[in-house]
Design a protein around this ligand. Structure first.
Ligand code: HEC
Length: 159
């Protein structure tokens, strides 16, 4: 190789070898603005079999939580590790609810308390049954405060 070519070769090689950083998940807190027009936002409700009249983004996140809870419940009962879902579930803090005013500080505090319990359940706790029960209590704490409709469904997810 001619000497003048070396810098280019080094550049190319280091460019290929250096791993690019993983894409960072978007921040998701109470102060994250909700983008208008996304599926499940006001005026853009999502029609599903369960919701022929359309449903909100948050309600869809909640349906995901129900599925996740069923998977977690089976894992706990069978003594397997619970698959990690915190990074998906935390989007509850920045999803459009049916009523935009529901996304307030009270809701966010309850969401954070719930998500802490999810974290604990996913981090190989000493007592997975207790950790799972605490997750369900996190669901109930919020639903008893602001949306009592699904309480029976949540009770049905107990061990
Ligand atoms: C921080 C509050 C909060 C937590 C924690 C929470 N929910 Fe919800 N949930 C809501 C709100 C608010 C709604 C109404 C959403 C809307 O109207 O857009 C809802 C809606 C629902 C619905 C109805 C969805 C539909 O199809 O309309 C179900 C089912 C549900 N939640 C289950 C759960 C379960 C199971 C958990 C725990 C694994 C949980 N929720 C945790 C606040 C919460």
């Amino acid at each position: 190789m001619r000497p003048w070519r070396l810098p280019l070769a080094v550049l190319l090689v280091t460019g290929c070898v250096r791993p690019s950083p993983p894409p960072s998940l978007p921040d998701c807190t109470l102060s994250t603005p909700l983008p208008p027009g996304v599926p499940g936002s006001p005026g853009h409700l999502v029609v599903t079999d369960l919701h022929p009249d359309g449903t909100s983004e948050l309600a869809l996140v909640m349906r995901g939580l129900v599925d996740d809870a069923k998977v977690a419940r089976a894992a706990v009962l069978e003594g397997r590790p619970v698959p990690p879902r915190w990074s998906v579930q935390r989007t509850m803090r920045c999803a459009w609810p049916t009523a935009a005013a529901d996304r307030d500080e009270k809701f966010d505090a309850l969401a954070q308390a719930y998500l802490e319990q999810v974290r604990t359940l996913e981090s190989n706790p000493a007592d997975p049954r207790l950790a799972y029960t605490h997750v369900l209590e996190g669901c109930l704490a919020c639903h008893q405060t602001m949306c009592p409709g699904p309480i029976d469904l949540i009770e049905g997810l107990r061990l």
